[in-house]
Write a protein that binds this ligand. Structure first.
Ligand SMILES: [Zn+2]
Length: 92
């Protein structure tokens, strides 16, 4: 058994998990940035997020019940980089 001592990394440099964030386009204004990392994901800002909500209330999107905070809770559980617009059938 000859284990090379060189096999032992001296520093904690292990890849780059937190490297460059994924750059995506804001669904509303198309500005590109690391929006999935941010508070208003997938939007670039609160403003774009609210504009999209406005579309909901305008009836562009039909929902069966009023929006409540717990409707948004499920989006909080999605990991970073998960696109809530992606259909679930990819999991099959
Ligand atoms: Zn935007």
């Amino acid at each position: 058994m000859n284990v090379s001592p060189d096999n032992n990394p001296s520093s904690g440099a292990t890849g780059s998990d937190r490297g460059a964030p994924l750059i995506v386009a804001c669904p509303r204004c198309r500005k590109r940035g690391p929006w999935l990392e941010g508070r208003w994901k997938p939007f670039c800002s609160e403003r774009c997020s609210l504009i999209d909500l406005g579309h909901w209330f305008d009836g562009n999107y039909r929902i069966s019940e009023p929006l409540r905070p717990d409707h948004f809770a499920e989006f909080e559980e999605l990991g970073d980089g998960v696109d809530p617009d992606q259909p679930d059938d990819a999991l099959d």
